[in-house]
Design a protein around this ligand. Structure first.
Ligand SMILES: *[C@@H]1O[C@H](CO)[C@@H](O)[C@H](O)[C@H]1NC(C)=O
Length: 108
């Protein structure tokens, strides 16, 4: 039984390596870093889509090491004007000096 669990974990890790090398970081979901990145992503999304998002909640954080770190943050939020909800994914790149840049945002 234990061996099966180890195999399953190894398979999952190998699989995540194949799909872009992102590592799941549930430990960062409630971090100030994730909150800061959501704030950054929200203002860009709001500006581009003429939305006002409230009740944002981080649901998923993944990181990828690439001459720095890519943080992929998934969060949900409610649109105040249309009273609908969105699920957004933002990628923030942080280089080795700590400079942060929002590289992509996408909402569905
Ligand atoms: C990180 O980015 C900042 C701002 O673009 C730049 O000044 C700095 O040299 C970069 N550091 C590295 C290690 O690439």
């Amino acid at each position: 039984m234990f061996k099966l669990i180890v195999l399953a974990v190894l398979f999952t890790m190998g699989y995540s390596q194949l799909t872009g090398g992102y590592t799941n970081r549930p430990d960062l979901i409630h971090s100030t870093l994730a909150a800061q990145f959501v704030k950054l992503a929200k203002s860009k999304i709001e500006g581009e889509n003429n939305l006002y998002l409230v009740n944002d909640k981080v649901t998923h954080v993944e990181t990828q090491v690439v001459a720095g770190i890519n943080y992929k943050i998934t969060f949900t939020a409610d649109s105040l004007l249309t009273s609908s909800s969105v699920i957004c994914t933002a990628v923030v790149y942080q280089n080795f000096s700590g400079a942060q840049k929002l590289t992509s945002t996408e909402c569905i």
